[in-house]
Design a protein around this ligand. Structure first.
Ligand SMILES: [Zn+2]
Ligand SMILES: [Zn+2]
Length: 129
């Protein structure tokens, strides 16, 4: 995927999912990869609690609740959970594609990526469909 194609994908993604632009939460706030707790879904939120496992997916973040954040970051943690709860069901696909668009993940590296759940203009920007 060349730089132009990646840029096209990035703007298509931002149009569909403006929340991808966040830098304190979401795919820009964590290292590209799978959740440090379940090793399945993509990472979405960084945690910092004493028992915090690292960067976690939405489901694991909800399970952790306030335990995912240290005493000084309870407010940020609560806001992050509210933010994550408002994301669409296809958040995982969109997060993975964001990393594809930034070059952090190869389009073929995430084998179970289901692009059929994505809006048409995002799918059109994909090299793999
Ligand atoms: Zn998880
Ligand atoms: Zn903290």
């Amino acid at each position: 995927m060349d730089r132009c194609a990646r840029r096209r994908l990035r703007s298509a993604l931002l149009e569909t999912a403006p929340w991808l632009a966040a830098t304190e939460v979401g795919p820009q706030a964590v290292e590209a990869g799978r959740c440090d707790a379940c090793d399945e879904s993509p990472r979405l939120l960084p945690t910092c609690g004493p028992a915090g496992p690292g960067a976690v997916c939405r489901v694991c973040a909800v399970q952790l609740g306030p335990d995912g954040w240290c005493e000084g970051h309870q407010e940020e943690g609560a806001a992050a959970l509210v933010w994550a709860a408002a994301l669409p069901a296809s958040w995982a696909e969109l997060v993975i594609l964001w990393w594809v668009a930034t070059g952090e993940v190869r389009p073929t590296a995430w084998s179970e990526l289901d692009t059929s759940v994505l809006p048409l203009d995002v799918r059109r920007s994909l090299p793999l469909s």
